[in-house]
Structures are given as C-alpha cells and as structure tokens.
Design a protein around this ligand. Structure first.
Ligand code: RB5
Length: 151
C-alpha cells in the first residue's frame, strides 16, 4: 500500500469498522488521522463528514474515509463541499473506478452493508488506484463548473 496520510471518521453506526480499518491501515504503514467518533453514543453524520471534508481540503492530495451505517448519509454530506468528490463503494471494483475515472478523494463505506474483508478490498483499491485523467478530466472540470454556476 502507498504511503500517504489519510483521515478517517464515522458516526456511531460505523465506529467499529472505523476502528478495525484504522488498525489495518496503521499496520500497513499508513498514517491515519482519526477524527472520531469514538464511542457508541448516537451522533450526527453531517458533523463528521464536515470535519473530515475540511481536513481533506486543507491537505491537498490527501484522502479520507467516511463510514456510517449505509454510507449514504456520509456521501451526501461530504459532496456538499466543492473540493470533495466522495464515492460510496461496495466492492473493490467500484472503489478502483472511483479513483481511476472520478478522481474521488473520499471513500464512503456502509458498515451495516459490508464486512471487514470487503471494506479492506475497497480501501486497498482506493489507495492504490490512480486517476487516469484524459477524457475523465474534462468531466471532473464540468463538475466544478456546475458547482460554480449553482452558487
Ligand atoms: C444511523 O443510525 C444511520 O442513519 C447512519 O449511520 C447512516 O446510515 C445514514 O446514512
């Protein structure tokens, strides 16, 4: 796995998977900033999506992982930020494509929908796949244009 700094965050629905993935990543030599939550108390996913999105925006080139029960709330919330491209993935192929075609900088996972082995596959593909540019860059540029026009 490539050496890069990653941030990870979850709500209460994703906290156990977050802890397992953090240990897995650290053991693979990846530096991980754990932005919470760290208990079973109910919290709101937009708060953690925002915290992680701000971290990613301040650390260009770095990436984040967001986990909630389904991954859906986290992906909706993170994509409110203009510089975040958050991808909700359920297998290694979708995680790889999210990097290669969409230049995703945040991986969203649903802890109640996938197990730890699938989550590891998603993380490995996400971290080891590179954006292919070319025709995909033009489409990413259009996302930024849409964003500016809607403001
Ligand atoms: C929390 O119960 C749950 O709604 C949340 O983790 C997430 O699945 C929302 O999209």
């Amino acid at each position: 796995m490539k050496k890069r700094t990653l941030a990870i965050a979850s709500d209460h629905g994703g906290v156990e998977l977050k802890q397992s993935l953090t240990i897995y990543l650290q053991e693979s030599g990846t530096e991980v900033a754990d932005l919470g939550t760290n208990g079973s108390e109910s919290v709101d996913y937009p708060d953690y999506a925002q915290k992680l999105s701000e971290w990613v925006e301040k650390n260009p080139g770095n990436m984040g992982i967001l986990i909630c029960g389904s991954g859906i709330g986290m992906s909706i919330a993170a994509n409110r930020n203009p510089n975040i491209r958050a991808a909700l993935c359920h297998d290694g192929l979708s995680a790889s494509l999210s990097r290669r075609h969409n230049d995703a900088n945040v991986l969203c996972l649903g802890a109640r929908l996938i197990g730890i082995e699938t989550a590891k596959d998603c993380v490995n593909e996400f971290l080891n796949s590179e954006f292919e540019g070319g025709r995909h860059q033009k489409r990413i540029d259009k996302l930024s244009i849409l964003q500016r026009e809607s403001q």
